[in-house]
Design a protein around this ligand. Structure first.
Ligand code: GLP
Length: 249
């Protein structure tokens, strides 16, 4: 696992956007696996800037990790809406090349199957990941088992509490989500895992601690041969091997 530590999330976002540009420029139909949350926002801002400087995204295919169950694409707290706001409406990515699970699908089991077919048809070249405070990736929550395929998940209390900041009140946070499984994530050619800030430091340290544990879903990334961990100094502090590079020296 490669680790890169930046002074600020903004600098980290520029770095990850440059990695994405390499992938976009090297393939006829590049496939980016995309994440939501606060963490990837500086990355999306940098991709938009690159687009304004001439980077074409018209042949890029994007596959998002997850969506809340029950929220239509038009809902301001849906991940569809987030992606439109942050990236899609500001670039030339074609609507037909955008894939996000339909949280308001009538038949959610069929939607999970449909999504797995999409992932198999478009193998992901570069997967962008954040991490939840409980170690989830996508919405693969801590559990006895980590599911391989796209599935419906009951969100953990910690996730609901953490994501309540985006909603008017905790009761408004959906209790379920549809998420890509860990197989699709691990099948990506390359993974860039981003985490910023002191609040993420402890769980990032857990994720890289030896051995894969289903109670820390992000620890499965240890099984992948090409993961780059992109951190800021505050977040890197809890990693013993980064002593010299963390915020307090
Ligand atoms: C959500 C998403 C995850 C994301 C996590 C962290 O739960 N499903 O993909 O990594 O939030 O969000 P943030 O970056 O806002 O801390």
């Amino acid at each position: 696992m490669k680790i890169r530590v930046f002074d600020t999330p903004r600098e980290a976002g520029i770095y990850v956007a440059a990695l994405a540009e390499q992938v976009i420029e090297s393939k006829n139909h590049p496939v980016l696996g995309l994440a939501t949350g606060t963490t990837p926002i500086p990355f999306y801002q940098s991709v938009v800037q690159l687009h304004q400087c001439g980077l074409r995204l018209s042949d890029t295919i994007t596959i998002n990790l997850d969506e809340y169950v029950g929220l239509p694409a038009s809902h301001p707290h849906s991940y569809h809406y987030f992606m439109q706001e942050q990236l899609f409406s500001k670039t030339d990515i074609k609507p037909g090349n955008i894939f996000i699970p339909q949280g308001d699908a009538k038949n959610l089991d069929e939607e999970c199957e449909r999504y797995d077919e999409i992932i198999q048809t478009h193998p992901i070249d570069l997967q962008i990941l954040g991490i939840g405070l409980n170690g989830h990736i996508g919405f693969n929550e801590p559990d006895d088992l980590l599911l391989s395929k796209t599935h419906i998940v009951n969100l953990r209390d910690k996730t609901i509490a953490s994501n309540a900041r985006f909603f008017d009140k905790t009761a408004d946070v959906p209790k379920q989500a549809i998420t890509m499984g860990v197989q699709a994530i691990l099948q990506a050619e390359r993974i860039v895992f981003m985490a910023f800030g002191r609040t993420k430091a402890a769980i990032v340290a857990e994720a890289v601690k030896e051995n894969v544990r289903t109670e820390v879903p992000a620890s499965v990334l240890q099984l992948h041969r090409n993961v780059t961990m992109v951190l800021d100094r505050e977040c890197a502090c809890a990693l013993p091997e980064l002593n010299g590079r963390c915020e307090n020296g």
